[in-house]
Write a protein that binds this ligand. Structure first.
Ligand SMILES: Nc1ncnc2c1ncn2[C@@H]1O[C@H](COP(=O)(O)OP(=O)(O)O)[C@@H](O)[C@H]1O
Ligand SMILES: O=P(O)(O)OC[C@H]1O[C@](O)(COP(=O)(O)O)[C@@H](O)[C@@H]1O
Ligand SMILES: [Mg+2]
Length: 320
């Protein structure tokens, strides 16, 4: 029997989402399945916005940032009644499985939908790298490299003018982007939501380094730890160091996926479709100890990849 599946993207867009859409579509078509795209995430699902996807429909997108299917944050989907309606729509359309590309919130949405008998598979797509069941989410590598190249540019000015550059990066509840980019950029200070922020200590470290002839410094702040504004204002008020602020914002979410993201997109897509073919259901696809695996949502909760404490310590030792 032909399988009929649908794909949607949900939550914040991430580079590589298009490569996943292409991967799922073409790998499923190769199995003679029918593939549909749902536009605008769960919002579009509730509005029954569905389009057929053929091989050519997903051409020329592998290198494009954003998502051709558009994405949304959908408040209504938190309501049980709405998820029931969405499930009924998919069942009426003969959709046998829904592949959701998104972050941790989108996974909770998929889990909610599966309670109404819809088979779901989640492929991690978020720049934050903050999902249970995987050590990697599509978009993270690209975002880190975007932050790195921006910090390197800001460093030129910080060095030339002998300033402290405070740079706010994304990460509402996770410091992976801040830590990885901070390490790669040789930042002096990295502030993340996972560890307590002590601005007094930050000022002591920056002043001491300045006394030891370090004339410029980079401070990376994950938005979930504090705001760049607050950190820059505190440093200005409590040291004699000239300090300025850059909030990187949405540049971090855009752009072509890195080679790593585009390759992982294909591998995650393959695992999602193969898992459905093997009659698995309600799993998050993930990278765990170098293997691409499908883990049931409940089980995945026990596999939450923590921020690397050693890296957090190391970045501060090397930044002195
Ligand atoms: N607990 C939940 N129950 C149902 N739907 C949810 C839940 N959490 C999130 N969602 C749905 O997933 C969408 C995306 O979640 P969000 O956290 O914004 O992004 P991400 O998936 O990238 O983490 C939300 O707007 C909502 O529609
Ligand atoms: O401005 P927006 O689109 O509401 O979202 C900002 C948030 O989206 C992200 O880029 C990605 O978060 P999600 O994975 O939860 O979508 C966060 O780092 C950031 O806090
Ligand atoms: Mg999220």
């Amino acid at each position: 029997m032909t399988k009929k599946i649908a794909i949607l993207t949900s939550g914040g867009d991430a580079p590589g989402m298009n490569a996943v859409i292409r991967g799922v579509t073409r790998y499923a078509l190769a199995k003679q399945w029918q593939v549909y795209g749902i536009v605008r995430g769960y919002e579009g699902l509730l509005h029954q916005e569905m389009i057929p996807l053929g091989r050519r429909d997903v051409g020329e997108i592998i290198h494009r940032g954003g998502t051709m299917l558009r994405t949304a944050r959908c408040a209504a989907f938190y309501q049980e009644e709405k998820r029931r309606e969405a499930a009924a729509f998919l069942q009426n359309q003969g959709i046998e499985a829904l592949v959701v590309i998104g972050g941790d919130g989108s996974m909770r949405g998929a889990q909610g939908l599966s309670a109404y008998g819809i088979v779901t598979m989640v492929i991690p797509g978020t720049i934050d790298n903050d999902m249970a069941g995987t050590q990697y989410t599509i978009g993270f590598d690209t975002a880190v490299n975007t932050v790195l190249s921006s910090v390197n540019k800001i460093r030129d000015t910080a060095f030339s003018h002998e300033r402290v550059a405070v740079i706010e990066v994304m990460g509402r509840s996770a410091g992976f982007i801040a830590l990885e980019a901070g390490m790669a950029a040789g930042a002096e200070v990295v502030l993340v939501p996972e560890y307590a922020v002590n601005l007094e200590d930050v000022c002591t470290q920056l002043s001491r380094s300045h006394e030891q002839k370090k004339m410029s410094s980079i401070v990376i702040v994950a938005e979930g730890a504090s705001t760049g504004n607050e950190v820059a204002a505190y440093i200005k008020a409590h040291t004699s160091l000239e300090t300025n602020l850059t909030v990187l914002g949405y540049v971090q979410r855009g752009g072509s996926p890195s080679a790593y993201d585009a390759v992982m997109a294909g591998r995650f897509a393959q695992c999602a479709v193969d898992s459905l073919a093997a009659h698995k259901k309600n799993c998050v696809i993930g990278l765990w100890e170098q293997q691409v695996v499908a883990t049931p949502y409940e089980e995945a909760q026990a596999f939450r990849y923590p921020l690397d404490h050693n890296l957090y310590t190391l970045v501060h030792i090397l930044g002195r």
